[in-house]
Design a protein around this ligand. Sequence first.
Ligand code: C5P
Length: 412
Amino acid sequence: MAQKRILLGVTGGIAAYKSAELVRLLKKAGHSVQVVMTGGAEAFVMPLTFQALSGEPVRTSLLDPEAEAGMGHIELAKWAELVLVAPASANFMARLANGMADDLLTTVCCATEAPIVLAPAMNQAMWANARTRRNLRLLEEDGQISLWGPDAGDQACGDTGPGRMLEARAIADRVDAPARQVLAGQVVVVTAGPTREAIDPVRYISNHSSGKMGYALAAAARDAGARVILISGPVSLPAPAGVEVRSATSARDMLSATENAVEDGCDIFVATAAVADYRVESEAGQKMKKTREELSLTLVRNPDILATIAGRPRPPFTVGFAAETNDVEKYALDKLERKNLDMIVANDVSRPDTGFNSDRNTVTVFWPGGSEALATDTKTALAARLIDLIAARQHHDDTATPRKKTNSRIKR
Ligand code: C5P
């Protein structure tokens, strides 16, 4: 079972008392839980209750200098691998649907890339209300947010009907319900982030890669049941829980870390890293002095990690990425063939709104004889879709192309 970092948002409703039990169940299942309460929630349950159960300080305010000095709200949003709002009141859903960021919980929901789950709880007439329905439609259209529940039945106010929050046990079970385990028992190696090529002991050549796509793919492969090794260049992202992260600095470091991991048995290799194409021919042993007006550095080609792995005698199912500014399809297909890949994920980095360093991406996936364009979405959502596609194509190749037999030592 994948253990997750869960941010539990508690909003103002009588069902908030059930969330105390929910924290206990999530902790028992091994998840890390941090609780954020809205002002309304504090009227129903004491923060101390959640603090005692989660073992973490409870956050209640956006503008709390002391709490912000510990873990700022953006850090909290990045920390979360799942944001679960239970109970989610009608008022909270209205604020979320309209993009408000007027308290800590709505701000974290605006800032996070993690999936957001809402467990609504409200009176049945409020649930049926036209404005609430409209807000639900808006939330659905925007993506990233799923709705769990509500249940129908007796309500605290004496009414009967839909609007009861799901029981804590049902929510906790759903958190742990394995996503479709399409990669169960498989080993997935992912490269992510930039590389750094040293010029001298204090300077280097690098790029703006954030590592977000690779980290999202590693987490999605983990959720699909795989054992995941993430070979990461220098990035400022938290390690996804349950994923083995191995650090690499230069392209050559990354190549040897990748070869070692693949050597130990690997079914799927996904190269998302933005590997520097060149390195300085000879790194200066000491800090270079600025004595000359002009300075020339001789650069030499770095090894191509993706092509090296795809060129092995028994390669894993190999997936590359192509960041292009023009003729995206032409260059992607060329790379697919030239590097002997099973799949390539192409994105147009000339678009200012998505791609490099952004939280969202728009990609088209190509494989020999087919393609699929994926709608613009968060990198987390795209990663889950890509893992599904990889699993489907891998299965196809197992039967159709004997060349691509796995070199995993794990028996399936
Ligand atoms: O040839 P290009 O750099 O555009 O190819 C991009 C793909 O190749 C990405 O999947 C990237 O991770 C991988 N790559 C690599 N090693 C390199 C250069 C690129 O693994 N030296």
